[in-house]
Design a protein around this ligand. Sequence first.
Ligand code: SF4
Length: 300
Amino acid sequence: MKYIFGPVASRRFGMSLGIDLSPDKKRCNFDCIYCELEPAKPIEFYDNPPNVDEIFEEVKKAVDEFNFDVLTITSNGEPTLYPYLDELIDKLKTLNKKLLILSNSSTIDQKNIQNALKKLDIVKLSLDSVNEKTFKKIDRPSKNISLKNIINGIIEFRKIYKGELIIEILVVKGINDKEDEFEALNEVLAKIKPDRVDISTIDRPPAYNVEGVSIDRLFELAENIKNQNIFIPTREKINYKIENLTKEELLNTLKKRPFSESDVKNILDEHTQKIFNDLIKENLLEEVWVGGIKFYKAYI
Ligand code: SF4
């Protein structure tokens, strides 16, 4: 198969069947230092786009063949550069599967892209920094792309989008791993009002000579992001712990920062886990599902 990959078990979205809109080469308007693909000069337009019907026929066959939770539109690059994306999404919707796109946000200020993406069940947009200098250093965008337009575009999109909006922040050591970066992100995220914020770091060989940060550091940085459903995907053992909270303290924490199921398992010490279980029994916590991840938040 040319355009389909998987299904793969994704930590963030469950079983995912991927559609690659640029299988022959990288086509991206960013050249992120952490990219898993080879470094490449950012492009502005997609050349030789594949035929929509050819992609759709392949997807249709795969949908009959595999079991999965979500059909993920992605690319060796940026999928929103594919010129027939809107037409493809209309066809994919006839399959009655949950649809997700993974985008770098570069085109979200464009009305035609917003109108196409708003038909999807889940939209994941990247926002590694809200500081222009840091953004250019980490994402190395093509020169016509402005961070201000991206931020305004995401805020506008949120207003018209009824599905699940997930913002992803990827942290690179020495570049966007400082408290002030996350304080600034916190302010912008409060305006965006996403359904979930994923904070991750490099876990595969990157395009350039850069490193990720520890998972514990991700949890520390996440403390600066208030009132959001935060998900930190991890395979590693976590040392970061939330310890010895009283019932009131845990309730207050869960009002400001809902915990995912894996947070409960991995970062609460034994004592606080017991308190957490009491809160569940007493019906003081609400379960919220976002993009296949379960969160617990305190009723306010
Ligand atoms: S947006 Fe994605 S594909 Fe493009 S350079 Fe960045 S990581 Fe690579």
